[in-house]
Design a protein around this ligand. Sequence first.
Ligand SMILES: [Zn+2]
Length: 214
Amino acid sequence: MRIILITLLLSLSMTTSTLSWASPNVYINGTQKDLQVIQIDGKSFVPLRVITESLGSKVEWKETDIYITPDLKRPSIKGEAKYTNMINKSLDLLSIRNPVGYILICKYVSRINVDNKPIPKQESDYYAYTLFDTVTVNTNLLEDKEKNIPEFLAAILVHEGVHAAQNGFQFTLLSNKEDIEKEAYVYALNSLWLLNAPKWSVDEVLHGLGSTID
Ligand SMILES: [Zn+2]
């Protein structure tokens, strides 16, 4: 009987949560926020909306569920549905696996063209090119059965996102064309690694990077 009682007390004490009030200062990106922190069993709880919105995302209640999504506007994508779907698929991938690349594109690219307009002659070998804040993706790539995988397309979009940022806000202090190109390739390469892309695509980008050096 005694053993049973001790066991019961032990199990009761193990299931009881300890709630305490703590008062640490909370800083979001260096700005102090007036927030009440609650601690339950050693875990700290803070108001979700304040934190999320301060970090540029939004919180939505949909019926009984909470959705947290980055409050970023994707570029408008112009072209046939099959092409725009491919672009969106690559952007979906980036939003999960390479948020920095995704934010770069959403912030600096306002339009992605995937129409069948002829590519200017000097750009025809390129997978994509950027003019100001508009990226045009060569539909030859999207029609290429071997090369058109979302991971590779995502890296190309990141490369062009870097160019759009360079164009718009002098994102780079680099002045010569080679270094500007190198910077975009490095971001593209990083994207391939984060997306666990196949070796051929890494080789392809490394080749592009190599051609900017020699
Ligand atoms: Zn480039």
